[in-house]
Design a protein around this ligand. Sequence first.
Ligand code: G3P
Ligand code: MG
Length: 240
Amino acid sequence: MALEIFAHRGASGIRPENTLAAFREAAELPIDGVEFDVHLSSDGVPVVIHDESVDRTTDGSGYVKDMTLDELKQLSAGCRFADEYSDERIPTLREVLELFRGKPQRLNIELKSDVFPYPGLRENVIALVREFGIADRVILSSFDHVTLEAAKREAPDIETGMLFVEILADARSAAAGIGADALHPALPFALREPGRRAAAEGSVLRVFTVNDPEHALMLREAGAQAIFTDYPHRMLNLFK
Ligand code: G3P
Ligand code: MG
């Protein structure tokens, strides 16, 4: 079976992560999907950025939750990657969904409510998915399994993926307990016996973050369905 390729935070190996530049690159590739992370601004707008704070990826500092969209838009989301990307801004979820309108890739929206609860994040994201009419293209995932369970209850037609880093002995039961449709494990689980067993028993495994071609080949053999990679071009070359 072919291993599906998802661009992690866009084509983040060669473009600044979670920016429109990274998503534009990914949108033109013959890959299966794109993954990105959402937080909520202080004025309630879902924005696409990985960390709770803007410090690592922008020229600003502070928590996303304490800044309005206007304040977030002042920051450069690309200058830390390279000068030529200085004009890149933190995208809103709406801007990213616009960019992928009519494109073939699946969209994995990771709800980053792990540290801060972001009241309204889940509801906002689901409302946007409905507005764009893309419930069948979207996968909602999270390390916050409480939020993921609630998302499944509110939007049963949207696929959910349970993120985890542990080598769980019985991940299938854990996923069933929160109504999750797929397992989104870190690499070690997928390569060990519990991961291989879950795949053999029919679980969909999408594995993060896989940048080493050797690991990708091992995962294909272990029965994983998809990988999240910062280097989609590299993986396309491997499997072509
Ligand atoms: O969704 C897969 C992966 O993105 C989860 O980890 O920290 O890169 O968001 P992280
Ligand atoms: Mg992520």
